[in-house]
Design a protein around this ligand. Structure first.
Ligand code: CTP
Ligand code: MG
Length: 340
């Protein structure tokens, strides 16, 4: 049986919000950064269209989902309608075309080509701005889930505040490294959305359970939800919880309340669902399902699949550390984010 401890929140919790909001403000990228990213994208568009006029480029990930801190890399998806395409070969050709020594006036530094990864990418760097950029091919689902995250972010500001703090905490504590068995930023943002859907009164609605106003089919997956979020800007107003209360409750939930053995968090359905219903109770191959986070569209995909029996321990200890700090530490906004 899982541990469920009901803890009463410290009495001075609201006085901490000011400090968390200062941290949040310091992480927001300045407008110039957005402008530079857009310029880089149009430059890439020009170069790519010379070779492949029908190709399109889309920003996805933190540069487009509202959860990007300053100086983050940009993620670009190139779409091209060619069923026969070999993504790795295509990427190598793309890298070659964009390279500095091929272009007379301008060129990118190719940092890496990860052609064997689950999502193959090339990493390149714009030498004048120093901005790095990952390009992938036909990963349209990522472009669509980026829109979903961006739409959620417009409903209540507390989502951005919470997600920035949680992402910053995860990076500082070394638990945002999927190659080492901890969770992606994308997974942490979904955890925040789910958490705010669960507050009472709810701070966020479940957009996929509402009448759809947006619908696309990608790789045979129907992605539809209510995207007229400007109509929902009052949604969370009955809930008066402050950012520090929410940070406290978020870590308290993942440290002491989540049922790791049986529960799956599901932004798609706006509630918890059972591992049994998804056949996620047993290890299959490398997927152990030790912490279950359902992808909102690719519902067979558990974002917790990267977590193994060692990293789950690290992760849960970090949640407990964070919960204890939020409960007792006199300066939690400092201690919480201390590097590991
Ligand atoms: N993504 C996905 N499935 C995953 C991981 C990522 O579809 N298992 C997509 C999502 O669209 C996500 C994007 O890839 O927005 C980038 O993922 P990630 O790097 O985890 O998130 P960022 O928001 O870019 O965060 P960071 O600031 O850490 O770069
Ligand atoms: Mg990213």
């Amino acid at each position: 049986r899982y541990l469920r401890r009901t803890m009463k929140c410290r009495s001075d919790v609201n006085s901490l919000s000011h400090h968390f909001l200062l941290i949040y403000d310091s992480l927001i990228p300045p407008d110039e950064e957005k402008t530079r990213q857009k310029q880089l994208l149009s430059l890439l568009e020009r170069l790519v269209s010379k070779e492949w006029p029908e190709a399109r480029l889309y920003l996805y990930g933190s540069c487009a989902n509202s959860f990007g801190v300053c100086k983050s890399d940009i993620d670009v998806c190139l779409t091209i309608q060619d069923a026969e395409i070999d993504k790795s070969e295509f990427l190598l050709k793309l890298a070659d075309i964009l390279q500095a020594d091929n272009l007379q006036n301008y060129g990118f530094h190719i940092l890496q080509a990860l052609t064997r990864a689950r999502v193959p990418i090339v990493k390149l760097m714009d030498p004048t701005t120093g901005i790095s950029c990952d390009i992938c091919i036909n990963n349209v689902l990522a472009v669509v889930n980026t829109k979903l995250l961006r739409d959620y972010a417009q409903i209540d500001e507390r989502l951005k505040q919470l997600a920035y703090i949680v992402k910053h905490w995860a990076k500082s504590r070394g638990v945002n490294q999927t190659y080492r068995g901890t969770l992606s930023s994308y997974a942490y943002v979904l955890m925040c959305i789910h958490f705010l859907q669960q507050r009472r009164p709810a701070i966020l609605p479940c957009l996929q359970e509402m009448e759809p106003t947006y619908s696309v089919t990608v790789d045979d997956i129907e992605c539809s939800y209510f995207d007229k979020v400007e109509k929902l800007c009052d949604f969370g107003s009955r809930n008066k919880e402050t950012i520090s209360q929410l940070v406290w409750a978020f870590f308290n939930y993942w440290a002491y309340c989540h049922d790791y053995a049986n529960a799956v968090i599901s932004v798609r359905s706006g509630c918890l669902i059972s591992k049994q219903a998804k056949y996620w109770t047993r290890r299959v191959g490398n997927d152990r399902h030790l912490i279950c986070i359902e992808d909102p569209f690719d519902t067979k995909h558990d974002l917790g699949r990267v977590v193994d029996k060692f990293s789950i321990k690290v992760l849960r200890e970090e949640f407990e550390r964070a919960a204890e700090i939020m409960q007792h530490d006199p300066t939690p906004w400092i201690t919480l984010l201390e590097p590991y």
